[in-house]
Design a protein around this ligand. Structure first.
Ligand code: PGA
Length: 247
């Protein structure tokens, strides 16, 4: 696991976006695994800017997203499909049919999970998977629990995630209680992983992920067994990990 720190959030996003842009340029038919949350927004802004400047072409790119809330329609402005459309897909020349986000309103959630795994097997492997990290160490919606979930599955969101995400909703009671998420095993199949973390609230969990025990109580800790993970952290999020590395 490699750590790249940046002085500011903006610089961190530029660095991470450069890796994604190089991937698209070198392999126009890349499969990108994408993430939602506040941290990747600056990365998507960078990619959109490069597209607008004529430096990037998304016409052959395929994307697969990590997760989606159960119960929200694609038009709901808190759904992850809506987020991706707003921040990236509507702003670049990616064909919409090449963009995949789990359905938030499947008739049968278990069947949706099975079909999403099938889709990933058909379009994959993912060339680069972008990840954020929750304060509790979740990646995607893989919450701390007694095991590392292997495949795409239905998740009951933890109270800490509901509280963290309630900032996007009028009231915490409106935050969906369930989601569909790629499993950690699914995520580990990506050829390359970029994990981004910003702000002092992430400093401890970045440290725990990199130096604490590998445990399902810190789902991101399993990434230490992946051969190609780069953690991008701004100064605040990287402070504890950087201090440990320089000891
Ligand atoms: P954040 O979320 O980028 O909004 O902090 C990260 C996550 O929960 O994965």
């Amino acid at each position: 696991m490699k750590l790249i720190t940046a002085t500011t959030y903006e610089e961190m996003c530029q660095k991470a976006a450069r890796v994604l842009a190089a991937q698209i340029t070198l392999k126009p038919q890349s499969v990108l695994g994408l993430a939602t949350g506040s941290t990747p927004i600056g990365i998507y802004q960078e990619l959109v800017r490069e597209y607008q400047e004529g430096k990037l072409n998304f016409s052959q790119v395929t994307t697969v997203n990590l997760d989606e809330y159960l119960g929200l329609s694609p038009e709901n402005d808190q759904s992850y499909r809506y987020f991706m459309n707003q921040h990236l897909f509507n702003k670049v020349n990616i064909p919409k049919e090449n963009t995949h986000v789990p359905s938030g309103q499947p008739q049968n959630p278990q069947e949706e999970c099975r079909q999403y795994e099938e889709l990933l097997a058909a379009v994959g492997p993912v060339d680069i998977q972008l990840l954020g990290i929750g304060n509790n160490g979740h990646i995607g919606f893989n919450e701390p629990c007694g095991h590392f979930p292997e495949f795409t599955h239905v998740v009951n969101l933890s109270e800490s995630t509901i509280q963290a995400n309630s900032r996007f909703f009028a009231h915490s009671s409106q935050v969906p209680r369930q989601a569909v998420s790629m499993g950690i095993g699914t995520i580990m199949k990506a050829k390359k992983i970029l994990l981004v973390a910003s702000g002092q609230g992430k400093a401890q969990i970045v440290y725990d992920m990199m130096f604490g025990p590998v445990t399902p109580q810190v789902p991101a800790s399993l990434l230490r067994f992946h051969p190609d993970v780069t953690v991008f952290a701004d100064q605040e999020a990287g402070v504890l990990a950087l201090a440990a590395l320089s000891k």
